[in-house]
Design a binder for this molecule. Structure first.
Ligand SMILES: NC(=O)c1ccc[n+]([C@@H]2O[C@H](COP(=O)([O-])OP(=O)(O)OC[C@H]3O[C@@H](n4cnc5c(N)ncnc54)[C@H](OP(=O)(O)O)[C@@H]3O)[C@@H](O)[C@H]2O)c1
Length: 303
């Protein structure tokens, strides 16, 4: 991470090397000095599943806010661990969160916890609101729902931000939903895209602005922080192709046919309503069609 001016406010966070966290750091690093709580940290590697390590690193920091991005995010691998509280998904997502909020409360820090639309069952036709009951249908969602409760029951002050299908303007080492579509179209390997599965993409570059706002206001409560739109996979892939003028053809796919062969449950709708946040944010979230115009990619085949 670049060297920073000592007068910049400090932010300490977990998962700052991940798909979402690393972009937030990149976009806010002129304003804040980031400390990463990370397994691979060169001087103080920290495993968030170990309370003593988390307490040590939070007690030593004068940051007022902890950004808690770290999670075990592989939904399929999580499903293979379902019910296993010793499994890495439960350990990182639940125990890791318990440790963060406990240590944050002890050191008087506000916790910003990043959560997911997978806490819902996907049966609702419209975008989910913050008032909708949680009902996860697979283990990753269940661990994240338990983690949300852990945060709410804690002695720390907290904000929970739920997002869905994050995508960045630039390529990352783990392709996001939009870069997966781009790669699939360029390589001619894009699978049929569901016309009956609904998602609520989150433009990470814009989400960084939500983080900036939460850090400044320390607004407590649960907020949905996607772009507030509801897309089918097919419509999103078609918009990506059109906007970025990509070759190939987007074929239509059927979620029900896929589910008949799938080994794990799959939420039909993960779109989020952002009405609550919209009334508070200083600027509106970018519509997805505008965000897609800012996406860059590398065409490996034509290098
Ligand atoms: N990606 C999505 O589709 C999606 C959708 C909705 C919500 N979210 C939520 O958004 C947040 C960020 O997701 P992401 O996709 O950016 O995650 P990601 O790319 O999978 O990165 C996960 C991060 O967690 C860290 N981590 C994992 N285990 C750890 C441990 N034991 N101790 C310390 N750090 C640990 C990893 O550090 P190392 O790299 O050092 O292992 C990495 O920085 C998560 O809370 C996730 O639930 C993600």
């Amino acid at each position: 991470m670049p060297k920073k001016h000592s007068l910049q406010p400090r932010l300490i966070g977990t998962g700052l090397s991940g798909l979402v966290g690393s972009k937030v750091v990149e976009l806010l690093q002129d304003e804040f000095q980031f400390e990463n709580i990370d397994l691979t940290h060169p001087t103080h590697p920290t495993d968030i599943t170990k309370l003593d390590q988390v307490q040590r690193v939070l007690a030593a920091s004068d940051a007022e806010v902890v950004l808690h991005f770290a999670a075990f995010t592989d939904v399929t691998k999580s499903w293979e661990q379902r019910g296993d509280k010793n499994g890495v998904a439960y350990q990182v997502n639940v125990i890791g969160t318990e440790n963060i909020v406990k240590a944050a409360a002890e050191s008087g820090k506000h916790v910003v916890h990043i959560s997911t639309a997978y806490v819902f069952d996907g049966k609702k036709a419209e975008p989910y609101t913050e008032e909708d009951p949680l009902h996860p249908i697979e283990w990753y969602g269940e661990t994240k729902a338990i983690a949300e409760q852990v945060v709410q029951d804690s002695q720390a002050s907290w904000t929970i931000l739920r997002i869905d299908q994050p995508f960045r303007s630039d390529p990352f080492n783990r392709p996001d939903v939009v870069h997966r579509i781009i790669h699939g179209l360029l390589a001619g390997t894009l699978p049929p895209q569901f016309t009956n599965h609904y998602l609520g993409p989150t433009f990470v570059d814009d989400f960084a602005e939500v983080i900036r706002w939460v850090v400044k206001t320390k607004q407590t409560g649960i907020f949905h922080a996607s772009a507030g739109e509801q897309w089918t996979d097919y419509d999103l892939a078609t918009a990506v192709q059109k906007t970025l003028q990509l070759p190939g053809k987007v074929e239509k796919g059927d979620l029900d046919a896929y589910l008949a062969k799938s080994h794990r449950p799959y939420a039909r709708n993960t779109a989020l309503s952002t009405e609550k946040l919209r009334g508070l944010l200083p600027q509106p979230q970018l519509p997805i069609r505008d965000a897609l115009r800012l996406v860059t990619f590398v065409d490996d085949a034509n290098q």
